[in-house]
Ligand binder design. Structure first.
Ligand code: FES
Length: 118
């Protein structure tokens, strides 16, 4: 497990690049869950961390738990040509069987975001 920062430093719905061992990863706080993927688009290699999450912020009450999702999924759009990836699976919505980025499990423990590279 790799500690990539404090949970509070990852704003909901704001992709953030982290580097581990010279490799880049994009981490997204989806509200209910954290997600991580290689920071290299499956199309032509753009940094997905420069993209943006698609969807809406939902909160059940003022000051309550916030989620950033679209139809139950946390989606990230590439900044170059707009491919959209489901952060849970790494699959591109337009071609889920062939276009995908590698995703990694993320856990939050004691306020720290931990990335599992396997
Ligand atoms: S490089 Fe990501 S959609 Fe083209």
């Amino acid at each position: 497990m790799h500690d990539v920062g404090a949970e509070a430093d990852f704003e909901v719905g704001q992709p953030r690049r982290v580097e581990i061992g010279g490799r880049g990863f994009v981490v997204v706080n989806g509200g209910a869950e954290f997600y991580a993927a290689r920071d290299v688009c499956a199309h032509q290699g753009a940094r997905l961390s420069s993209g943006r999450c698609k969807g809406n912020v939902h909160a059940e009450s003022v000051g309550g738990h916030i989620e950033y999702q679209t139809g139950g999924r946390t989606l990230l759009q590439c900044p170059w040509h707009g491919w959209i990836f489901d952060m849970a699976t790494g699959r591109a919505l337009a071609d889920p069987d062939r276009a995908r980025v590698r995703v990694y499990p993320v856990r939050v423990t004691d306020g720290r975001v931990l990335l599992d590279l396997g």
